[in-house]
Design a protein around this ligand. Structure first.
Ligand code: PDD
Length: 290
């Protein structure tokens, strides 16, 4: 079945039921819509198999707990499999599942409503292969990170990310490297790394970045492969002396950045550390991918 046919017939999971996408309805009083009072996840599916699902569900649970939205994310584990099957995505090389859990429906009021039941939406769709995104070296621009102070929580409040990503597109670039007063944080929807000498450097996991699942896997693979790793604060100024720059995310895998603010990185090609991490990550996806 082609993705187009699947899109017409597609079903989403909404509050315990599988319903045709075209007729799925969420209330105008939903707090996800009104306040971005919600957490989300995006999980990669390779030939019908969810990659690192436990890590995604654990991050979702952590975010919901932070926001005090009472919901057991582990209940969504079997729903992933059923959603993939019902959308005929088990035959697709790559797909993704989007999960959103909001605080629920209630008359608009800033404080937490009493008795609201969380809204749960899950959607699955085929996506382009990671190999395509990974082989194309991307051009990035640097943009001041104006997000709130708890971006470690994966909420749907993504307007600064949207504006930053659009600034990159408007500048003729592909992606963005965010910084707070010159300290590199992450991308609009990726984590950012650089290679100095032979050492892989990325920002530490604190409230200023999202602890990307792909970031975590790539750091584990790098350490296993003997690549020196430093999780430390680093700066936009240092980017000028980076041999390699790369980004990671669920939907793009490991992607080389070949230019930053119009300046070529290294020799303008994917570097050896990036190539090694891509190979290791591809093998990880083929193995158990947990
Ligand atoms: N975004 N940083 C931000 C701000 C992100 O939104 C994401 C993922 C990442 C990478 O995390 P992971 O490796 O777990 O995908 C880092 C998803 C893909 C999105 O919003 O579509």
């Amino acid at each position: 079945m082609t993705s187009e046919v699947a899109a017409c017939d597609s079903v989403v999971y909404l509050n315990g039921e599988f319903v045709p996408t075209a007729s799925a309805m969420v209330s105008v009083d939903d707090r996800g819509f009104l306040f971005a009072d919600a957490c989300y996840e995006v999980t990669l599916v390779v030939h019908g198999r969810c990659i690192a699902l436990d890590r995604h569900l654990a991050r979702l649970q952590g975010g919901l707990d932070e926001l005090r939205i009472e919901f057991d994310a582990t209940a969504l584990r079997p729903v992933h499999d059923e959603l993939i099957q019902r959308n005929h995505l088990d035959g697709e090389p790559t797909a993704s599942v989007y999960v959103q859990v909001t605080r629920g429906v209630a008359p608009r009021s800033h404080s937490f409503p009493v008795g609201a039941v969380p809204t749960v939406l899950m959607r699955a769709q085929a996506i382009p292969s990671l190999a395509g995104a990974a082989s194309n070296g991307a051009r990035a621009i640097t943009v001041e990170d104006i997000r709130w102070g708890r971006v470690d929580v994966k909420t749907t409040g993504l307007l600064p990310n949207v504006l930053a990503q659009q600034a990159a597109i408007d500048a003729g670039a592909d992606d963005v490297i965010l910084h707070r007063g010159g300290l590199v944080t992450e991308g609009s929807h990726t984590n950012v790394f650089a290679v100095f000498g032979h050492t892989l450097v990325t920002a530490p996991t604190d409230h200023r970045i999202l602890a990307g699942v792909t970031r975590g896997v790539v750091l584990e693979l790098a350490r296993r492969d003997g690549v020196p790793v430093e999780e430390r604060v680093w700066t936009v100024d240092e980017l000028a002396s980076a041999e390699e720059v790369l980004m990671t995310s669920t939907t793009a895998g490991v992607r080389p950045i070949v230019a930053v603010d119009g300046r070529v990185v290294g020799d303008g090609m994917r570097g050896p550390v990036t190539a090694q991490l891509q190979a290791s990550y591809a093998a990880f996806l083929k193995s158990d991918g947990d």
